[in-house]
Design a protein around this ligand. Sequence first.
Ligand code: GLU
Length: 482
Amino acid sequence: MPGPRVRFAPSPTGFFHVGSARSALFNWFVARQSPDGYFILRIEDTDADRNREEWVDGIVSAMQWLGLNLDQGPNRQSDNAPAHADAVARLLAGGYLYYCDCTGDDVQARKGDNKTPGYDGHCRNRGLSKSEKTGIRFKTPQSGSTIVHDLIRGDVEFQNTVIDDFIVAKSSGVVLYALANVTDDRNDEITHVIRGEEHLPNAPKQMMLWSALNEVTGDNVALPVYAHLPLLVNEQRKKLSKRKDPVATESYRDQGYLPDAFVNYLALLGWSPDGDEEIIPLERMIKEFRLEDVSHSPAFFDVKKLSHINGEYIRKLSPEQFIEISAPWVRPWDSAWQPTDREVPWTKEDFNTELFAKVAPLVQERIVLLGEIPAMVDFFFHDQPVMDDAAFNKAIKNDIVAQQMIKAAITRFADVTWEAATLHEEVAALGEGLGLVLRKAQAPIRCAVTGSLVGPPLFESLELLGRDNTIARLKKALELAT
Ligand code: GLU
């Protein structure tokens, strides 16, 4: 028995959907858990009107990002056009196909009030030898049923009478999805077809094509095993919408999700190992993953849970790894890849690598996305912070006691030991003198120094920023407020 040969076969018609990323991952798991597993990336690019090269690049680079290495590909389905044409010729000669020149309107007019969906078989016995209009259809059996043995959903039975004579090739000669896909799966010797649930209704058609091809070629190629992965839904339990839900894998990369965390989360969309852990090492997922254990109920794509997992992965990095992995967001000039539409708020000259290395551990504890880093540490790399006006008005300008706090700090900070623990004690004591709890005493200082009311731990930040710089900022804020 040859090792599983699987393929991921996306059509490059848009961003790399998170559902596609999950299909790619589950295929990859199946290939990687066997010593002779084989994973092919096939770009199904025969629909020239809808395909764009940039979407192919997006798929390839996102798969690299996720670490889904290939044994073959990216192959182009369009390169297999001769094999597709050959399949059509053989099926035609074998009597499995027929030409049809009905337009949709023709079919509608014939049907009248009859609401049966699909084609009515009008041309099935007309013996046309070509069609300038519609193309070529498959003669679906008119009785019996086709059972898809699906590893996830069990046996799913389709009555052949409800499957209409579907089009396999357009009059232009372009072979459509169902047959192109089956022809390539046969040629690639695919053993497992693992794909989204939306393709389940295609499976009986493809099984019919498969056995017809076995007949006309004399090659008795075994049918692949099917596994249709559960739908991904949003919080309202509705199918993820391309327009309304954040479905582009590329955007998760841009926001600073870690590939390991993203893979971990994708794996949990329909599957989970024994036990209730959420953070699962990759090796263990590869070893334990079983298509039979994938659930057929819709899986909720929960960005909050994904973010939580991402935060956990960030926390697990060593400080050195964290500094390295944050490069695209903080020093893009040192990084081969940069996130789209994100400008770092400082220049290469203003950035200070040693200082960032000291600040990094403070930040690592507090973020869930790498993309949050710039806004948190921005104030270190400018003479004065970029002030958030709303924060300034609230915490300083409209608060007399806060201004007194800043004044007191300016005086006190001039000769205190410049070290986080002491600064902490001093601010607490000054606050107490003014009747302020620590949180209230800190707020104006944080705002004056960092320009914001949220950020890394304050006293450690002050220590790193230095006495002169801190005092200059406190003075400037006071000046602006009065
Ligand atoms: N090209 C199809 C898609 O992108 C793939 C279907 C399959 O995996 O068979 O949905």
